[in-house]
Design a binder for this molecule. Structure first.
Ligand SMILES: [Zn+2]
Length: 327
C-alpha cells in the first residue's frame, strides 16, 4: 500500500493553491477593455440622463449606472422605480416625452438606491409594491420612500388606461419582495438587481439575500415571453440571451466551487497556518482559497462575454459556495 506523508500532501496542495491563485490575481480588470456588446447609449453630459422609447409608450431612463422605466397610458403615467441617483432627472425625462401626470408608482423592491427618489413625486400617486416591501418600508420610516398604498401577496394585474402590467412575486431572491414586472403586450420584463446585462453580477451575486431564490427566479424569468429586459443597472437594456448567459455563469460558479471544495483540504490549510487554534483565521483562509480557485476556473471563460468579470467573480464564488456549503 502506498502512503503519502500528510505533510508532503499539504505542501503539494498549498503549492497548487498558491500557484493557481496567482493566475486570477494577475488579471487586472483595468487592462481588459469593456466589451462593445456590454456598452449602452452615451449619456448626454449636459442633461445627465438618457431617455428613449422602448416601444408602444414604454420608456427607459438611465444615467449610465441605474435604470428605470415609465409608460404613458392615456390616463396618466405609471413609473416603475425611482432610483436615488437619477433623482429629479426622472421627472424631467417624463416631462420631455409626455404631458400626462404621474398617477402610479410601482416599486420593484425596497432598496433605497432604486426607489429613494419616490418622495420627489409628491403624495397624490398610488404606490404599489409587494406586501413584504410595505412591511420593510413601514419599519425603516424613510420619508423619501413613500409607503405603498396598494400591496399584493402573489400576483397583481394592474390596468391603467390602455396598458396592463402583471406584477408577480415568486419568493425571496435578491431581496424580500423583489418582483417580476411584466408587460405582456409590449414583451418587456422588468426584474431588478439579479441580471446585469453584459456585465458580471455585482458582488455576492448582486448582494443576493437568497442564492437559491435567485437561481429559481432566473429559471422563471426565462419562461416569460419577452425580448426586452429592464434590469435596473449598468449601461444597456437586456434581453433573453443575457438571462441565459447569467444562468450559465451561475451554473459554472456552482460547479467550480464544488471542484474547489474537492481540491482544497481544510486540514492541510490548518497545518500550514499553525493549527486549529485561530479558528476564524483558518476558516477565512479556507473559504478564500475555495473562492480563489473557483474564480480561476470561471473568469477565463467569461472574459469575452461579461464586462469586468475579473472584478467580482471571486466574491460571487464565495457567496455561491457559502450558499451551497451551508444548505
Ligand atoms: Zn436591490
Amino acid at each position: 500500500m502506498i502512503t503519502i506523508d500528510k505533510n508532503i500532501m499539504f505542501v503539494f496542495i498549498i503549492t497548487f493553491i498558491t500557484f493557481t491563485a496567482s493566475d486570477a490575481a494577475d488579471i487586472d480588470p483595468l487592462t481588459i477593455p469593456v466589451l462593445e456588446s456590454s456598452r449602452g447609449p452615451s449619456i448626454p453630459a449636459e442633461k445627465g440622463y438618457f431617455v428613449d422609447e422602448i416601444r408602444d409608450g414604454v420608456y427607459w431612463v438611465t444615467n449610465g449606472a441605474y435604470q428605470s422605466m415609465f409608460m404613458t397610458t392615456g390616463k396618466g403615467v405609471v413609473v416603475f422605480d425611482a432610483p436615488l441617483s437619477i433623482g429629479a432627472n426622472l421627472i424631467k425625462a417624463i416631462k420631455e416625452v409626455t404631458n400626462e401626470p404621474v398617477t402610479h408608482l410601482v416599486y420593484s423592491h425596497s432598496h433605497k438606491d432604486h426607489i429613494g427618489a419616490a418622495g420627489l413625486f409628491g403624495k397624490q400617486m398610488k404606490v404599489i409594491a409587494h406586501q413584504e416591501v410595505s412591511e420593510i418600508l413601514t419599519r425603516v420610516q424613510d420619508v423619501n420612500r413613500l409607503l405603498p398604498t396598494t400591496t399584493f401577496e402573489n400576483e397583481l394585474e394592474l390596468t391603467v388606461g390602455n396598458k396592463t402590467v402583471n406584477l408577480r412575486y415568486v419568493g425571496e431572491n435578491h431581496s424580500s419582495g423583489n418582483i417580476f414586472i411584466y408587460l405582456q403586450q409590449q414583451k418587456i420584463l422588468m426584474f431588478i438587481d439579479v441580471i446585469f446585462p453584459g456585465w458580471v453580477p455585482f458582488a455576492n451575486l448582486g448582494m443576493a439575500d437568497e442564492v437559491k431564490g435567485v437561481v429559481n427566479a432566473i429559471d422563471l424569468a426565462l419562461e416569460y415571453d419577452f425580448d426586452t429586459l429592464m434590469a435596473g443597472h449598468v449601461t444597456r437594456l437586456g434581453n433573453k440571451e443575457d438571462v441565459i448567459m447569467l444562468k450559465n455563469y451561475i451554473n459554472d460558479l456552482f460547479d467550480y466551487a464544488e471542484q474547489a471544495r474537492q481540491e482544497i483540504s481544510f486540514d492541510a490549510i490548518a497545518q500550514q497556518s499553525g493549527g486549529y487554534e485561530h479558528m476564524w483565521h483558518l476558516y477565512n483562509l479556507y473559504y478564500q482559497a475555495i473562492a480563489q480557485r473557483c474564480d480561476e476556473l470561471t473568469t477565463p471563460k467569461y472574459l469575452d462575454k461579461l464586462a469586468d468579470v475579473a472584478s467580482y467573480t471571486q466574491q460571487n464564488c464565495f457567496w455561491v459556495n457559502m450558499s451551497d456549503d451551508m444548505e
